[in-house]
Design a protein around this ligand. Structure first.
Ligand code: PLP
Length: 368
């Protein structure tokens, strides 16, 4: 039977869970048996212990520092992934509001968010890019907001299609809600323009199992008292993310990653520069390939995080995936709903990996 004999780290282009910074993994490895000061593993200590209390406080304060989160916003660490946020957002902010929620749908994840929101109240599809196969974002003029909007919802980076916002959509004064799962911490963010931002950690900010929610404090008042406790933002906030046992290991890694961005990268401005440069290297190959590689997203809406493209035939795409794998580059097959190739190049993706993929693409075109 074939066994996997890989013992060295490959170039990992997985869409999520995804690559993490090597130095963070090394620190976690070094501390796994005994968290300094705790006398036990992070996996073994109480969430009420002083050692974990310090980690939780540090994760929040480091996120506040790098994102410059204003004081009137709360930071929550939840479970259930972004899928639970598809429900929690309308449960807390739409249910019984008598208003309509506006959804700007620019890809697969936004569509799934709508599927959950309609269970909670009136939803207006303010824009839907499905007819263009989600290859672009709308201009503000194309978005039809309702008059009395509970909130305006959008997905800052559509992970499957590879389209990414570079600015906040207009809301006409309604709170702006963002699914930032796959581009959280990829650049600075004007948090004060948002009502609520959420991100599952496993794309850009940590391991699966923890979801960061940043919410403006006045919105907490909308959480109805009849909501199940776990589904209420107000309840989580009142308990300082300790309503139940929080995902302690995930929070520990989010803290290490926020510190990696601050201390090793040099902050979110630097992170943004690095991401623009990295993605630019791959888009350049696509643009200079004279049609051999075709980008899925329109140029102005291209994602820094997920580079999506096709080759002239499905056979060549199969060959591309097989040969990349044989060359130590993995995770490049596009999502089954879109096909083609997707290179996920989140914050932790190293310039080395990008160079390896770029060189492979150039050679592959020459040889085919
Ligand atoms: C991955 C992803 C999700 C789903 O996250 P889960 O944690 O699996 O629920 C939602 N939205 C976006 C933009 C994603 O990239």
């Amino acid at each position: 039977m074939a066994t996997n004999t890989l013992s060295e780290r490959i170039y990992n282009f997985s869409a999520g869970p995804a690559v993490l910074p090597l130095s963070v993994l090394q620190q976690a490895q070094a501390e796994l048996l005994c968290l300094p000061g705790a006398g036990a593993s992070i996996l073994e200590i109480s969430h009420r212990s002083p050692a974990f209390g310090e980690i939780l406080a540090s994760a929040e304060s480091t996120l506040r520092e790098i994102l410059q989160i204003p004081a009137n916003y709360r930071v929550l660490f939840l479970q259930g992934g972004s899928r639970l946020q598809f429900s929690m957002v309308p449960m807390n902010l739409l249910r019984d509001s008598g208003k309509t929620a506006d959804y700007i749908v620019t890809g697969s994840w936004g569509s799934k968010a709508v599927d959950e929101a309609v269970k909670e109240g009136d939803v207006n599809l303010a824009w839907n890019g499905k007819s263009d196969n989600f290859n672009r974002l709308p201009t503000d003029d194309e978005v039809n907001l309702s008059d009395d909007s509970a909130y305006v919802y959008f997905t800052s980076n559509e992970t499957i299609q590879g389209v990414q916002y570079r600015h906040e959509p207009a809301t006409g004064g309604a709170p702006l809600i963002c699914d930032a799962s796959s581009d959280f911490l990829c650049r600075p963010l004007p948090v004060d323009q948002y009502g609520l931002i959420y991100a599952c950690a496993q794309k850009n900010a940590g391991p699966a199992g923890v979801t960061v929610v940043i919410v403006r404090e006045d919105l907490l008042e909308h959480s109805g008292d009849q909501l199940p406790g776990y589904l209420s933002y107000k309840e989580h906030d009142a308990n300082g993310s300790m309503y139940n046992t929080p995902p302690t290991f995930g929070i520990y890694l989010v803290d290490l990653i926020a510190k990696w961005i601050r201390d090793e990268i040099g902050g979110l401005d630097k992170m943004a520069e690095r991401n623009a440069t990295k993605s630019g290297l791959l888009y350049d190959v696509i643009d200079q390939s004279e049609g051999f590689f075709t980008g899925h997203a329109e140029t102005a809406n291209r994602s820094w995080m997920n580079v999506t493209f096709t080759l002239p035939t499905p056979e060549l795409e199969k060959k591309f995936v097989a040969q990349t794998k044989a060359n130590g580059l993995d995770g490049l097959k596009g999502h089954r709903s879109v096909g083609g190739i997707r290179a996920s190049i989140y914050n932790a993706q190293t310039p080395d990996a990008i160079h390896a993929l770029r060189d492979f693409m150039v050679d592959f075109q020459k040889n085919n």
